[in-house]
Write a protein that binds this ligand. Sequence first.
Ligand code: MLC
Ligand code: AMP
Length: 516
Amino acid sequence: MATLIPSRTDPAAWVEAAAASRGDRPFLLTSSGRRLSYLDLERESRRYAATLAALGVGVGDRVAIQVDKSVEALVLYVACLRLGAVLLPLNTAYTPRELEYFLTDARPLLAVVRPADQAALAPLARAAGCRHVESLGTAGDGSLLARNAAAAGAGAEFGLPTGLPAETLAALLYTSGTTGRSKGAMLTRGNLASNAAALVDCWAFTERDVLLHALPLFHVHGLFISMNTVLASGASALLLERFDTAEVLARLPSVSVLMGVPTFYTRLLAEPGLSRETTGAVRLFVSGSAPLLAETQREFAARTGHTILERYGMTETLVNASNPYVGLRLPGSVGPALAGTEIRVTGAGSGESATAAVGMLEVRGPNVCSGYWNDPIKTAEAFTADRFFITGDLGRIDADGYVHIVGRAKDLVISGGYNVYPKEVEAELDALPGVVESAVIGLPHPDLGEGVTAVVVRAAGATLTEADAVAALQACLARYKVPRRVLFVAELPRNSMGKVQKALLRQTHAALYAPR
Ligand code: MLC
Ligand code: AMP
């Protein structure tokens, strides 16, 4: 069987190439024994595309999805790719209030939600401008599937658009970035295709690979970095609903690759069953989305004989740098820039080269998004005059070209691989009766890497408790953004300019989550 050479410009071409040459080989497998071949994917995604087109969705129209992880959700993604529609995946933890912001900003033509949410969310989605609100479940249920079944015959004949340029928008992914409210990173077909093709090369993916997929499907890690690498190489993915440590361990003997956030690896290390034997079938463990502690990497190697391969990415850029498949995987480094991508270090804000010294990491290449949706000001702020994207990450590049991330210039907490933007949480806290001001920080957490923590100044006489604050935040924010702890203090430390000294707060409370 000849090796597939993935298109670097057109992700839809992968589906046809794999269906033509891989046909009956599995694209998706599930823990309950379901199997979807590449031929099935070709047929099913064409049918979904016909259903979307019948609702009026065409090239450039946004399709928002807030659905549980399923085979159908992935087929819907592929249908959008083939139709030229713009996918807007939304975290299933988002509250209706959060959802309203994304829908109002992105103006999707169609929103697809969980069947149980359809009645409650339809008015909100319509008010935000969505023409259609459909549902998609994990058990063959939902109004979109019913439409699909009705369109079965016609769908098989549906003519898909061809020759869509690489610059065509493929997805909008909302991210907090460095300042202001969440904004939609505009990822093109060329961004997705070039990055997946580079990863297939870098990580030596072939059609014989089986990826164990335990990540959510609404972020670039689980959707694009993982699934596009599978699609582009004609490989298979074994889909798990979520990361369950025991199940992941049990499935390792039947897969060749695992991609995860550092929390996956610290949780696996806590399992007595993790050994050379149970990981013997796996050829590659990849970690990304948050810093992997060198200690985790060392312990994992000692227990299994595998050196976890760490890579560095962002919503706006997909993968920028990766340790090599063959060659030195350097603990504490994210490896050299991915082929085709340039990374440089500049003196913060000065634009001058500061290689070997620590400075702002900037990235340029076919992987970098075209800007932020509807936001020319934020787009202009995010790029240098020579089109390097300013990551907000601080790092250095060593003499061998390996990138070392040493900190963040942006105020961001990464909890279990999810980004939490402190300003968003502080705004909700500050609005609570009895709160004078607050500072939200990330503190070292043994399971999540960083634990979201609020430090709050109460008004004189206010009786607000930690439990009150948490309950109030849970009503408006996704659960992963809600602080694990709320600490009350008499005042926040400030520097001479009046700015809250978050570094000092992090230092003072560094041991809050330390195991006792
Ligand atoms: C879940 N919870 C979290 C959380 N995940 N809280 C803080 N941080 C998180 N990451 C909440 C749950 O809602 C629940 O709240 C409680 O914590 C206990 O949940 P759990 O059972 O321990 O969590 P679990 O479901 O096991 O999830 C943990 C996790 C998951 C690490 C497996 O968060 C995960 O899959 N993270 C991956 C995120 C990811 O894909 N990031 C990529 C972004 S893209 P309650 O209140 O109900 O008890 C990117 C670019 C790149 O960064 O380079 O990749
Ligand atoms: P997001 O906005 O969710 O795409 O998160 C991107 C951010 O995650 C980056 O800007 C980094 O701060 C962080 N990140 C991703 N991968 C790594 C890594 N391997 N090491 C350290 N930080 C990482």
